[in-house]
Design a protein around this ligand. Structure first.
Ligand code: SF4
Length: 368
């Protein structure tokens, strides 16, 4: 089958009965003792894109010291282990996280703890502006984890020639060759939709996964107007995720202490179907990326029991707050420089809209 044939999902996500779903979660959290940390290391970014929200980036360096970061890692793992979670996923973003002056040392510190964990993975969201040499060092450290992944954003105001787009793709191809899972997040601006679609196709044809994201309003609460039916159709079912690195396992990674075999041969579900949903009759459905939830308006979980704050946190600068997750209107669990306390059990959702895909895939169950 050619790559072009695979632009459309073999799973028809429009068939999922969203009104009747009573349980949802990322498969790796549902089936593993996984604690996830989403850490905005600082707002500093080397780019200044006109469309970037002012609160999301800054030209001023605002990073915490490595000592405080390493102490916070230790405390997260201590409290999580007290709650019987000894698998970890750390996801770093910003700003541009790769410009934290100690980024690679932080990664080394996490890698040193891998033998003590049942499982350990790392992720970063990056504009991929660091040089190839940096990615070579990064990939070498990543090989010490059980899994590593990157979400890349191609900012065309800076990556503004076809040569720079090709160089951006080269670095991602290299990462894939080092067994790092890569997805490019393509925000599909309604007024530049066709150009965004062309870029997405270019990456797709080069064998790099692309996630299509609708543009949301500045408060990230709803999707902006301007999408036609044809655009919405492409957002809902276009560019399914594929296991591009599945056949490129050249890197010998450590084996997890606790194996979780989600391979297609074992489960009958493609491994890159990250999200599992269950309806009231116990029937299961799968979706590649929770990013699609918003296009189905599947983002209202108020009253459900949610595991955020119990087995997942976010850390956000500039105030260093530690919260359940991005969308949650709960009070912070604490602050990076003052201490924090995780929940001791899953707690009710008190938030009207769970709009971030990072939040919506944290396990949650409707109380019936
Ligand atoms: S808003 Fe927060 S508490 Fe509510 S479902 Fe989303 S992550 Fe869970």
């Amino acid at each position: 089958m050619s790559t072009t044939d695979l632009k459309w999902s073999q799973y028809d996500f429009t068939q999922i009965p969203f009104d009747n779903i009573v349980s949802v979660g990322q498969r790796t959290m549902l089936h593993r003792d996984l604690f996830t940390v989403s850490w905005l290391l600082g707002r500093f970014c080397n780019y200044s894109c006109s469309y970037c929200w002012p609160y999301a980036s800054s030209r001023k360096k605002d990073h915490r010291t490595i000592d405080l970061i390493l102490m916070t890692i230790d405390e997260i793992k201590r409290q999580s282990r007290d709650n019987n979670y000894n698998s970890f996923h750390f996801s770093f973003s910003g700003g541009e996280p790769t410009f934290h002056p100690d980024y690679l040392e932080i990664m080394e510190y996490l890698a040193d703890d891998v033998p003590n964990c049942n499982y350990h993975s790392v992720h970063m969201t990056s504009n991929i502006s660091r040089k190839m040499k940096w990615f070579e060092e990064y990939a070498a450290i990543c090989s010490r984890f059980h899994r590593s992944s990157i979400t890349a954003s191609c900012h065309r105001e800076h990556v503004d020639t076809q040569e720079k787009v090709a160089e951006f793709a080269d670095k991602l191809e290299y990462c894939q060759s080092q067994d790092i899972q890569v997805t490019i997040n393509q925000v599909m601006l309604p007024d530049k939709f066709e150009q965004c679609w062309e870029d997405a196709l270019y990456f797709h044809e080069r064998g790099i996964n692309v996630t299509l994201k609708p543009q949301s309003d500045p408060t990230a609460s709803f999707i902006v107007d301007g999408y036609t039916d044809s655009m919405l159709e492409r957002l809902r079912n276009g560019m399914p995720q594929r296991g591009f690195t599945d056949t490129k396992k050249l890197i010998r990674r450590p084996r997890p202490k606790v194996e979780l075999d989600l391979r297609y041969e074992k489960t009958g579900i493609p491994q890159h179907m990250q999200v599992e949903l269950e309806d009231a009759d116990g029937k299961k459905y799968y979706m590649d990326q929770a990013e699609r939830f918003n296009t189905f308006n599947f983002n209202k979980f108020s009253g459900w029991t949610c595991e955020s704050g119990y087995r997942s946190i976010i850390i956000r600068e500039p105030d260093g707050s530690i919260k359940r997750s991005y969308s949650c209107s709960d009070e912070p669990l604490g602050y990076i420089d003052k201490g924090f306390k995780l929940f001791q059990k899953p707690m009710p959702c008190i938030t009207e809209t769970c709009v971030s895909s990072a939040d919506s895939k944290i396990p949650k169950r409707k109380l019936v």
